[in-house]
Each structure stands twice: as C-alpha cells, then as structure tokens.
Design a protein around this ligand. Structure first.
Ligand code: G1P
Length: 267
C-alpha cells in the first residue's frame, strides 16, 4: 500500500510571475478551493496517511493558510458568524496528515524530493506536483492500483503535441498494454528532433525509496537543477520497472499564466 506522499511547494513559480511574487501559485483558487487543496484532497481520497509538504521560508504563507488563525477565529466567534467559521474549519481535515520540510534554495525537483528523505518510511511513495491538476478521475488512486498490479514504479503520462514536448519530460517505451507504457528511457525537456515519443510525464509519480540514493548521486541536469527525471533514468537503466500510465481524467496545466486561465474556464 502507498501511504506517504511528497508535494513540492518550494519553487519560485517564475512561470506565473508577477502573480506568484507574493502569493504562492498553490494558493490560487481553482473552482471552490485552492490548487493546493485539489492536490491534498486527491491524496487523502487515494488513501494517503502522511503528506510531506516541501516548502521554503519565503512561502510560510502556505503553512499560515493550513493552520488556524486564533485572531480571526476569535473575531468570528464574537460576531457569532458560524457560516464563516465553518468555511475555515474545512481546512482542519488536513492538519493531522501533513508535515512540513524546508528547501530554502530552489535547486530543482530532485533536490526538493531529497529533503523529505528522513520522513519517508515505506518502500514506495507518491509524488504529486501542484502545477498539474487532474480532475474527473483520481489519478493517484488509479496509479496505486497499477503499482499494486505490476509491483512497479508508475508515472502519469499524456500524449502532447510536437509544440509541447520541450516543456515536459518525455517517455521512451518498449511496449504498450492498454493505457500502460513500459518505460525504457526518459528525456527531460527534449527538442522535437530528439524526442523519443509524444508521451509526456505529468506530475504524478509512484517512486521507490531507493530513488533517494539515486538522487544523491545525480548531478545538475536540465536548467542547471537536480532533476527527478535523471534519478529515475538511473533506476530504469538498473532494471527497475517503470510504467507510464495514460490517465483518463482531464488535465489542467496550472503552471503557466495561460494554462491557469484556461483551467479556470474548465472548472
Ligand atoms: C517537471 C518535470 C518534468 C514533467 C513536468 C510535469 O518539470 O521535471 O519531467 O514533465 O514537471 O509538469 P517542471 O514543470 O518542474 O519544469
């Protein structure tokens, strides 16, 4: 069973500037909740018991959002504003499940995952990227089923156009069974010419805890950052089974201004 999840939140959100200068993109609203709550709910509904939030000192506001504000609660109680109190109470359901770790300089996704190393206790864990929202299907839950079936690592995947391959990690696969690709290699943000397929990595991964030792050895890669894709490649080359799952839910790219605005229209 997969019981632990890591959610990296320490990134500077440069693709969403200037909106993300003060307000972390994860706290932007999408429908009736924030982007972060979409991700947290997906984890809880998939049976995750421990969620590790990787944040930074610059983004303390995320913790403030998830924890009670005694001043505000007192004010609402005095006014007997039960409705508003109930709106705040919705956030209480996460509290027992979340733990914070800090990555104070943005050294990449791989480095963010590495900061959670000492808290991850199980053999496999879930990694969810808040840029990628998937609605109409609990993608994490589906991937846990696939992990149980194949006893493998699992990566969410989606077919993208040629014009989009350089924005994603791309999968090379040896065979395809239904919606599952048996991965033989990965390339981080290739040019169209060097892209081994049009199947992109979308931000949901079930990874073995041995990825931590692989990450320790991983040198800075694409964008001068420690990439999770490079650490996964290392495991793939050493005969660890990785399956790419073509999910059927609707994908909302919340990592860019255009993507976020389009996502709002789809809610
Ligand atoms: C990261 C991963 C990339 C993946 C993408 C999905 O890139 O490195 O492989 O395709 O997330 O959103 P980033 O968006 O952090 O540049």
């Amino acid at each position: 069973m997969i019981k632990e999840a890591i959610i990296p939140l320490a990134g500077l959100g440069t693709r969403l500037l200037p909106f993300s200068k003060i307000l972390p993109k994860e706290l932007l609203p999408l429908g009736n909740k924030t982007i972060l709550e979409h991700i947290l709910d997906e984890c809880l509904e998939a049976g995750i018991k421990k969620i590790i939030l990787v944040t930074s000192k610059r983004k303390r506001i995320i913790k403030d959002y998830l924890y009670p504000d005694p001043y505000l609660l007192n004010y609402l109680k005095k006014k007997n504003d039960i409705k508003s109190i109930q709106k705040l109470k919705i956030l209480d359901r996460y509290r027992k499940k979340i733990k914070f770790v800090y990555q104070n300089s943005p050294k990449g996704l791989g480095d963010a995952v590495l900061t959670a190393k000492s808290i991850v206790k199980e053999k496999f864990f879930l990694l969810v990227l808040p840029d990628d929202i998937i609605i109409k299907e609990n993608c994490s839950k589906k991937m846990i089923n696939i992990h149980n079936k194949y006893q493998s690592s699992v990566i969410a995947s989606k077919k993208v156009n040629n014009s989009e391959v350089s924005r994603y990690g791309i999968i090379k696969y040896s065979k395809k069974i239904n919606n599952n690709l048996f991965i033989s290699d990965l390339v981080e943000k290739p040019s169209v010419k060097n892209s081994p397929s049009n199947y992109a990595i979308i931000g949901r991964y079930i990874l073995p805890s041995k990825i931590f030792s692989s990450l320790k050895k991983t040198k800075k890669g694409s964008s001068g950052e420690v990439q999770i894709t490079d650490a996964m490649k290392h495991l793939i080359y050493n005969d660890n089974k990785f399956v790419g799952h073509l999910f059927s839910g609707a994908y909302l790219d919340c990592g860019t201004v255009n993507g976020y605005n389009n996502s709002l229209k789809k809610m």
